[in-house]
Write a new protein. Structure first.
Length: 351
């Protein structure tokens, strides 16, 4: 199992800290540095900035939002970032959610699976430097009865195939991800539930494509907070607002993928309560309603030895790249969490 880091969203007042974290991760031997986007900073600019100031660590989009870009634009961006970074780019994609897709981009959030499949098909074709023509439900290239003609990418990517990941949560999305992608970006992963919530569906997709799990990157993101084991409950409290936002307030009442994931992990009653309180405006009540076990099982908390035990569980469950989000109120705290990740890997016998 390898280690990655996730910088989250840029522009939250910690830009200099984020760069310092990325550079330290590069020196420590982390495998990949991911950056996110929603409706603030874009990931492509951040990744170009980080790639220019690091040497070995891969840079990845977690994720480029599908409604934000035409698929050929994403292929151009991927080829450019891979070239600028010397072959260190990983392309992570996702459909985002209904609120962002329709509220920010003005793109109807419908048929996300079919839209993702078409998007990947066009990107794969463009990156292979074929002349791109496509007739689908969501994109037609070139447009019929006009001056357009099939074109091909005029630059040569650093690599023939850039690793392509999809952010997936639901069973059908996970299965399709296994079928058409090179890796899956997972969130709120509990090692104890990884098989039934994710891996069995990814494996089914791989089998549909005539492939095994070999070479497929199972890449969940988990926050890491370093501290004494006797203070694990206090450390868990740090992530209550974060968990409440996703389980309670991300998406609509009928369409919240994170809430559905919590239910599949056995927290049906709790997930409903968290959502009810969050949507009613009681964010503190929603955070308080989150079971500590839900947070503890989806984060890395406590001493280096305790974190090492959890890392070993993730590796045994089938994780191939464990991405951490190093927590801390100061840069020194985040760097300490980053170093603890490497030390824990070594103690777990996974380095």
């Amino acid at each position: 199992m390898k280690l990655g880091i996730n910088l989250g969203y840029w522009g939250a007042g910690m830009d200099a800290d984020n760069l310092a974290v990325a550079k330290e991760a590069d020196q420590l031997g982390y495998s990949v540095c991911w950056a996110a986007e929603a409706y603030g900073s874009d990931a492509a600019t951040v990744l170009a900035y980080v790639a220019a100031q690091t040497e070995r660590i891969d840079v990845g989009s977690a994720i480029f939002q599908i409604p934000a870009r035409q698929p050929t634009m994403t292929a151009m961006t991927a080829a450019t970032l891979d070239s600028l970074s010397g072959g260190r780019f990983r392309l992570g994609l996702g459909v985002s959610g209904p609120q962002v897709s329709e509220g920010w981009y003005g793109v109807k959030f419908d048929k996300p699976l079919a839209r993702t499949r078409e998007y990947v098909e066009i990107i794969r074709k463009a990156m292979s430097r074929e002349r791109v023509s496509h007739e689908g439900a969501h994109w037609t290239l070139p447009l019929p009865d006009g001056p357009g003609k099939p074109l091909k990418l005029i630059v040569h990517p650093e690599r023939e195939q850039i690793p392509l990941y999809i952010a997936a949560i639901g069973p059908k999305n996970l299965e399709q991800t296994g079928e058409i992608a090179d890796g899956a970006l997972l969130i709120f992963p509990a090692a104890e539930h990884l098989e039934e919530t994710a891996l069995q569906h990814i494996r089914a997709g791989r089998e549909k494509a005539g492939k095994t799990m070999e070479g497929f990157d199972v890449c969940p993101t988990v926050p890491l907070a370093l501290g004494e084991d006797k203070n694990v409950s206090t450390l868990a409290d740090m992530f209550r607002p974060y968990t409440a936002l996703y389980v309670g307030g991300m998406g609509s009442r009928k369409q919240n993928f994170y809430n559905q994931l919590a239910q599949r992990m056995g927290y049906e009653k709790e997930a409903a309560e968290i959502q009810d309180k969050y949507l009613a405006g009681d964010k503190e009540g929603a955070a308080a309603a989150i079971p500590q076990q839900l947070i503890d099982s989806t984060t890395l908390l406590g001493s280096v030895d305790r974190i090492a035990d959890r890392m070993r569980a993730y590796a045994e469950a089938g994780v191939t790249t464990l991405t951490i989000n190093p927590a801390g109120l100061t840069l020194d705290d985040r760097l300490a969490s980053l170093r603890a990740g490497i030390e824990a890997m070594e103690r777990a016998g996974l380095a």
